[in-house]
Design a protein around this ligand. Structure first.
Ligand code: NOJ
Length: 550
């Protein structure tokens, strides 16, 4: 068993974590039914460990009719039979822990599936003990300020239930009725769901759709004080009963509304950095450091024990809610030229196709992700630059089978190809026969090798996960340069956002007498003096230095 201190409340492991997001259904099929499963995932743990990540985030694994890939829960306390059993889950967490990998999973608390027994019971009417588990109304015009999130599918947050002859409230699909957190038994039930999985050894939760737990007239029904109060209850449960486990918030909000989810260090341990993500894509396309620097500098400081979860892509559309209208128009015009690529307020594409499969640009964005503050999250398949399929509906095009080899079904499954839950990527440009793990392991210049190397470098220096950041004044706006410092260690990170060679003069007088040495190398760069320090960067080049005494 590992000695990483899985039950050690003081470990603060989330500060240094690197997450790997796994869509179990799409990862590896062990049962030849065309759909990935937990046993398949266990087979691939060595691969995941070899990436150099430290924690798996499993998308929903609980019972579900799968109309929203498990974000529509019909039973919180069982594994969906299509991916395995509770025994398989137990085996997975044990096997992961033996490899020093932690495991978190989605906890979908704002709503259930309409197939959940609670909702079916609630539909018996007001006499049912479950009626108040959901939010009912005779009218469909209450809470008019609440926006519709899945704007391409839904027109209202109310749906009619012909059995009770009432409307019920839902923030996402109409088959996902929202739970009523004003009803105390709902709060207790969700806390018990947490205990169930924590008792099985899970290391924490990615808590889905956090801002929408309560509804109040006259508000947009997001980020309400009551919501924060319940989140603090979840945190108290962790602190009192399961120290060392973590809560990661999915709250797609502007910085001022996001910060309160950390509380005073007594709410979430982590939150996704939604405002930063689109600004990385903006900076790259504009070849301008400003959006990126603003993205970091406009973020309020977070409590000491908290950490951002940073990401480039995930299983949803690349959301453009946290940018101005003008920036959103620009991002659409640059990254979603075909209208089919748009969904709701975002772009439903994977990382590599967004960047025209240009390995230099992919590496540049990853290099920023790994060197800016936060714990990076890597979406399965993006480590090999997998393609997507915009002809599949909704977000399915970014959830196709993982590409392991050039064998049938990309080595994902030995089922009949027509049985696959979704087709593998066969676009000639990024066909699975060329883009797969096995091929990239054979090629020293592959994205996969580069990424593993870069994560090794990141692990070698705590300043990358814990250091303070300071941007350097640079007149050439195509170059972004910053230092990270932690205790006595100082790192210097310089990135060329442009497609052309760029010269840059860095103001490094504060570090005069130190010598930049490249991470993992010993190239003799000139010692820093009080004069501007000159560097030339190749197109899209990232440079990582340690500033060391001569
Ligand atoms: C957020 C999840 O990321 C998304 O995939 C899901 O559809 C919604 N929550 C609704 O549960």
């Amino acid at each position: 068993m590992s000695d990483l201190g899985f039950t050690n409340g003081a470990s603060h492991w989330h500060h240094d974590a690197v997450f790997y997001q796994v869509y179990v259904r799409g990862f590896k099929d062990s049962s030849r039914d065309g759909s990935g499963d937990l046993r398949g995932l266990i087979e691939k743990l060595d691969y995941i460990q070899s990436l150099g990540v430290s924690c798996l985030w499993l998308m929903p694994i609980v019972r579900s009719p799968l109309r929203d890939d498990g974000y529509d829960v019909s039973d919180f306390l069982d594994i969906d039979p299509s991916i395995g059993s509770l025994a398989d889950f137990q085996q997975l967490t044990d096997a992961a822990h033996q490899r020093d990998l932690r495991v978190i999973t989605d906890l979908v608390i704002s709503h259930t599936s309409d197939q959940h027994a609670w909702f079916q019971e609630a539909r018996q009417g007001p006499e049912s003990p479950y009626f108040h588990y959901y939010v009912w109304s005779d009218r469909d015009d209450r809470f008019p300020e609440a926006r519709v999130i899945f704007a391409d599918t839904e027109h209202s947050n109310w749906a009619w239930d012909h059995k009770t002859k009432r409307y019920y409230w839902h923030r996402f699909f109409s088959h996902q009725p929202d739970l009523n957190y004003d009803h105390p038994p709902v709060q207790e039930a969700i806390l018990d769901v947490m205990r169930f999985w924590l008792d099985l050894g899970i290391d924490g939760f990615r808590v889905d759709a956090v801002p929408y737990l309560f509804e109040r007239e006259g508000t947009n029904c997001e980020n309400l004080p009551e919501t924060h109060a319940f989140c603090k209850r979840m945190r108290r449960l962790i602190d009192m009963e399961y120290p060392g486990r973590i809560l990661l918030a999915e709250a797609n909000q502007w910085p001022d509304d996001l910060l309160p989810y950390f509380g005073e260090g007594d709410e979430f341990h982590m939150a996704f950095n939604f405002p930063l993500m689109p600004r990385l894509f903006l900076a790259l396309r504009r070849e301008d450091s400003r959006p990126l620097i603003d993205g970091i500098e406009n973020l309020p400081a977070i409590p000491h024990d908290c950490q951002w979860a940073t990401f480039l892509r995930n299983h949803d559309e690349l959301t453009l809610e946290m940018v101005t209208d003008a920036d959103r128009d620009y991002l659409y015009s640059e990254y979603a030229r075909d209208p089919r690529m748009k969904l709701n307020f975002g772009i439903r594409r994977r990382l590599a196709p967004l960047l025209d499969h240009d390995q230099r640009r992919i590496q540049l964005l990853y290099s920023l992700l790994f060197s800016l503050p936060g714990a990076p999250v890597i979406y399965y398949g993006d480590e090999i630059g997998m393609g997507d399929n915009i002809y599949l509906g909704d977000r399915n095009g970014v959830r196709t089978p993982m590409q392991w080899s050039d064998e049938r079904n990309a080595g994902f499954s030995s089922a009949d190809p027509s049985m696959l839950y979704q087709p593998v990527i066969a676009d000639p440009l990024v066909h699975y026969q060329a883009v797969n793990v096995e091929a990239q392991l054979r090629s020293p210049a592959s994205l996969l090798h580069w990424l593993r190397h870069q994560l090794r470098l990141r692990r070698s220096q705590p300043l990358l996960s814990r250091g303070d950041i300071r941007f350097l004044q640079v007149t050439n706006r195509s170059v972004v340069a910053f230092t990270r410092s932690h205790r006595d260690a100082i790192g210097l990170f310089v990135h060329n956002l442009s497609a052309a060679v760029q010269p840059v003069h860095l103001e490094l007088a504060a570090y005069a007498g130190l010598r930049p040495s490249q991470f993992g190398g010993n190239h003799g760069f000139p010692v820093i003096t009080t004069e501007p320090y000159f560097l030339n960067l190749a197109p899209y080049e990232p440079l990582w230095f340690l500033l060391e005494p001569v």
